[in-house]
Design a protein around this ligand. Structure first.
Ligand SMILES: [Zn+2]
Length: 338
């Protein structure tokens, strides 16, 4: 088969790779129907995370089951499935508590920008759609496997409630999906922080009521102007830089909550500032599996359309161009079709 391999910062190649095989009886092999480039793939691509030896890339996928191991009974060959970037058995104590992305048997997906993918813990990880979905739903189902599930978790972690005010820091795919989630959870006012016109437009389409273009302290000041001078009930931090996290914490009102889902890079939180702010903080890799059945339903009933975050579609062999376009911010998110 063929797939993406990262060799060095800025150097992603499309190469011939060994076909994946069932290794554990809990594995499944799927034929990729669609995959994509994630904002977090850009950290190593930009040299901000060590790469080590050349290795495959990608953790978002939807596909058709090709083969399952002996212990997998929940899905069968021929079914269309959606998964999550973190695999989970869905039976251990952490899974039963709803924290499938901290499953005791968790393995992170990391080889999905390829024709075929091995999915560990397939029994607990994969959710099959009733029948093969219309192709028009594929981008949104793919979004559910990571960015929509992550935006959903950000809104839950930030405790978005009906009638509340939510701020979304970050106008990448996760932030934009966070806007959808905040709207679905009933936020009355959704303030999207974005300085890019195309992304502002999509944020508004997804339900943002206000746009704040300033960053840092100016951004915080503008949010406070819009929120009676105290800050928002809920803030979704969807970037992961020190500035974004600080901006998120300072945009929340006393008693408000921040959900942080951008993978932190060089972020240090000031204990005294947090202590005196009365702001609640919860983050981490989203337990996407907990929400998958509901999110798949919301997509297939036409209620949400997070697939609109894909503004570039490429054949998988042009994966390197997908990375370049996202790195240069010419694209929000690149969809790759094998
Ligand atoms: Zn588990």
């Amino acid at each position: 088969m063929r797939g993406a391999v990262i060799h060095a910062p800025g150097d992603v190649r499309f190469e011939t790779l060994d076909d994946p095989k069932i290794v554990q009886p809990t594995d499944a092999i799927i034929r990729t129907v669609a995959t994509c480039v994630c904002g977090s793939d850009l950290w190593p691509y930009r040299g901000l995370e060590p790469i080590g030896d050349p290795h495959p890339m990608g953790h978002e996928y939807v596909g058709i089951v090709e083969e399952v191991g002996d212990e997998v009974t929940s899905v069968k060959p021929g079914q269309f499935v959606v998964g999550s970037f973190a695999t989970s058995d869905n039976t251990c104590v952490n899974c039963r508590n709803g924290w499938q992305s901290n499953c005791l048997h968790r393995e992170f997906m990391s080889t999905c920008q390829a024709d075929y993918v091995r999915v560990p813990n397939a029994q607990g990880t994969l959710v099959a759609t009733g029948e093969h979905p219309d192709g028009a739903f594929v981008p949104s189902l793919l979004a559910v496997s990571d960015v929509m599930g992550t935006g959903w978790y950000a809104a839950l972690a930030a405790e978005v409630k009906p009638g509340s005010t939510a701020v979304v820091v970050g106008d990448g795919a996760v932030g934009l999906c966070g806007v959808i989630a905040a709207r679905e959870m009933g936020a009355e006012r959704i303030i999207a922080m974005s300085r890019h016109e195309a992304r502002q437009k999509l944020a508004r389409e997804f339900g943002a009521t206000d746009i704040v273009t300033e960053r840092g302290e100016e951004g915080v000041a503008h949010v406070k102007d819009l929120t009676d001078g105290v800050g928002a009930d809920s803030v979704l931090e969807c970037v992961g830089t020190a500035q974004a996290v600080r901006q998120a914490l300072r945009s929340a009102r006393p008693g408000g909550n921040v959900g942080f889902v951008g993978v932190p890079h060089d972020v240090a939180i000031d204990g005294q500032e947090l202590f005196f702010s009365h702001v609640g903080l919860r983050g981490g890799p989203a337990p996407v599996r907990r929400y998958l059945p509901d999110l798949v339903d919301l997509v297939l009933t036409g209620r949400i359309d997070p697939g609109k975050v894909f503004d570039l579609t490429l054949p998988l062999e042009q994966v390197a161009e997908g990375y370049r376009a996202m790195d240069e911010r010419r694209a929000i998110k690149a969809l790759l079709i094998p």
